[in-house]
Design a protein around this ligand. Structure first.
Ligand code: M7G
Length: 330
């Protein structure tokens, strides 16, 4: 049986995925300092749900909007994937309640020991209107963005600072948060980056591997800013990212999907590394641009992403969608 368990250098107690300070608790500070990995008092015991933003039975995930100590909060609860190496223990310490039996078929409710009933929990607090909207189920619409649309609609929108705060990105780059999660760093100010697990991944199995590479350069907002000048940076991310993932997780480049989002949610260049076969959120053709394609396009045309028309979906409540509508582009 293949061992799909992630080789970990740290202990296995890193269950605390809280990403902001919860008032009146000692969970963490806003820079994500101490407290990571420690068992904290239940910061969510007083959580009051105001509404369900989305629920997905197949992915076994629910996203709630509510209040934690009078602050708006978004909580994402997700059942975690099975890990093969814990199966024996799951069976040993569990009780079985029969639901039905018919011929050779029977179904049960298995109650495993609490240790195996972990629920991955992500908290955004205080959550802004944008966060509440981001996690809400909404209809999407395809947008066509010409070079001119980018200059007159999208760029002013990004520069207006109405997009998501990049505080968490700067915390990572300045080693104020998630320091112990860094998997690889190339410190070069031009071609360097930090590779670390995306907060969507619990790092317990490689089946849903998800890492992000965040570039050290501060002036690259998105794919649109890339020119041939950035090729050494992009090639470096691809090569060193793939090499690191092979060494650390025994996953060869033939098993990796490496891509950028357009539009991203966060306008500081970063690259997504996910396992091929894992249906990662946002890996579809409407948003994901393979890094290898991006490199080739810039090799054949240094201004490729400055000039071309881009297509991407925007959701009903996206402010950028309103801007395209106001400009008569939808
Ligand atoms: P994106 O394409 O800008 O936006 O990707 P998306 O969220 O719409 O895909 C940003 C990526 O960064 C996503 O995959 C997020 O899950 C991930 N991410 C976001 N935050 C706030 C954090 C964080 O605080 N830590 C880590 N490690 N990853 C994050």
């Amino acid at each position: 049986m293949a061992d799909t368990t992630v080789k970990r250098e740290r202990g296995s107690e890193e269950t605390n995925e809280l990403h902001c300070e919860v008032k009146k608790t000692k969970v963490d500070d806003n820079n994500g300092g101490d407290g990571v990995g420690a068992k904290s008092q239940n910061a969510l015991s007083g959580f009051k749900t105001s509404n369900v933003l989305s629920v997905n039975a197949r992915e076994k995930r629910i996203v709630l909007h509510g209040k934690v100590a009078d602050e708006d909060a978004v909580v994402i609860l997700e059942k975690t994937p099975f890990t093969e190496d814990t199966m024996d223990q799951v069976f040993k310490g569990s009780t079985l309640k029969l639901d039905m039996k018919n011929y050779i078929y029977s179904t049960y409710q298995l109650q495993a020991s609490p240790h195996y009933n972990e629920i991955k929990t992500t908290l955004v607090c205080p959550a802004t209107e944008k966060h509440i909207s981001k996690y809400k189920h909404q209809e999407s619409f395809f947008v066509e963005e010409t070079k001119k649309d980018y200059e007159t609609i999208t760029l002013p929108f990004i520069e207006d600072q109405t997009t998501f705060s990049l505080e968490w990105v700067y915390n990572i780059l300045q080693k104020k948060a998630e320091v112990e999660r860094i998997v690889y760093e190339d410190p070069d100010p031009d071609t360097g980056f930090i590779l670390l697990p995306d907060f969507k991944w619990n790092q317990k199995q490689v089946d849903d591997l998800y890492l992000i590479a965040i570039v050290h350069r501060m002036n690259i907002r998105s794919l649109r800013d890339l020119t041939a000048e950035h090729l050494p940076l992009l090639v470096n991310i691809l090569q060193k990212g793939q090499m690191t993932i092979l060494e650390r997780y025994s996953l060869p480049s033939s098993k990796l999907r490496v891509y950028l989002h357009y539009q991203p949610s966060y306008y500081h260049l970063h690259v997504h590394f996910t396992k091929l076969g894992y249906d990662a959120p946002g890996c579809g053709v409407e948003r994901a641009h393979l890094l290898s394609d991006v490199i080739q396009n810039l090799q054949s045309d240094p201004q490729y992403y400055k000039n071309r028309t881009m297509y991407f979906p925007l959701r009903e409540e996206d402010k950028l969608l309103s801007k395209f509508k106001e400009a008569g582009r939808l």
